[in-house]
Design a protein around this ligand. Structure first.
Ligand SMILES: [Mg+2]
Length: 233
């Protein structure tokens, strides 16, 4: 028995000697938020009305700024993002349970719904606080430009959708070249704003739901709308 015990000890010693030298971490890594719970919280945020209240709160200062600034500069311009800034994608977000499927058919309301197919339907509703900012701009003679990450192939459907949702009388809409890939949409949106500025406009306000809509300059003020539903780098 004694010999067997020594043998076991020797094996244990040998295993310990072969084990990695590092000691176990003293603290567990902090886990990111549970995705299932985050989806429930995001749905509650939308359905409770908090999302709409926050949209209105974020957009209201843009109306004030446009009224204050529009008459002080020559060729004042407003830049708006489209998805979840001018138009809402909530039906497809919900149908996809917060997933994002670029291709495939759009099966509503049960899902899944491919985003390209959804965009081609041109059925998005306006986000009302943004539509109000648009109307304020137009009433002041401010030129409105849309800059979207949507591809050119969606231009016709998207412009039809914008008109139907109430965005009539804008100057121009910019879309990404078909097949183009950007590490961040800042690489498309900021140079597009630079192009607008080079045409002689002063972009006094730029509104979007992603920081990549707003980063990169060429706007006097930026207005960030809430969007906890997805992230566009
Ligand atoms: Mg957007």
């Amino acid at each position: 028995m004694r010999a067997a015990g020594l043998g076991a000890l020797s094996v244990a010693t040998l295993l310990a000697a072969c084990a990695p030298a590092s000691s176990p971490p003293s603290e567990a890594a902090s886990q990111p938020a549970n995705v299932g719970l985050a989806k429930l919280a995001a749905t509650r945020y939308h359905d409770s009305g908090d999302y709409m209240r926050d949209l209105a709160r974020a957009a209201a200062p843009a109306n004030d700024w446009l009224r204050q600034r529009a008459t002080q500069v020559a060729r004042a311009a407003l830049v708006l993002d489209i998805d979840d800034t001018a138009l809402t994608n909530w039906p497809v977000i919900l149908a996809n349970d917060f997933g994002r499927f670029a291709t495939g058919p759009c099966l509503l309301p049960e899902g899944p719904c491919g985003w390209h197919a959804w965009d081609l339907r041109g059925e998005d509703q306006a986000i009302e606080p943004t539509l109000q900012v648009f109307r304020t701009a137009r009433s002041l003679g401010v030129a409105v430009f849309f800059i979207s990450g949507r591809p050119e192939s969606e231009r016709a459907a998207t412009e039809r959708n914008l008109q139907a949702a109430g965005y009539a009388g804008y100057e121009r809409a910019y879309f990404t070249p078909d097949g183009a890939r950007f590490a961040t949409l800042v690489d498309f949106k900021a140079p597009t704003r630079r192009t607008i500025a080079a045409m002689g406009y002063t972009i006094i306000a730029n509104m979007g739901d992603q920081m990549s809509d707003l980063d990169g300059g060429y706007a006097e003020r930026t207005f960030k709308l809430p969007n906890p539903f997805y992230y566009i780098p």
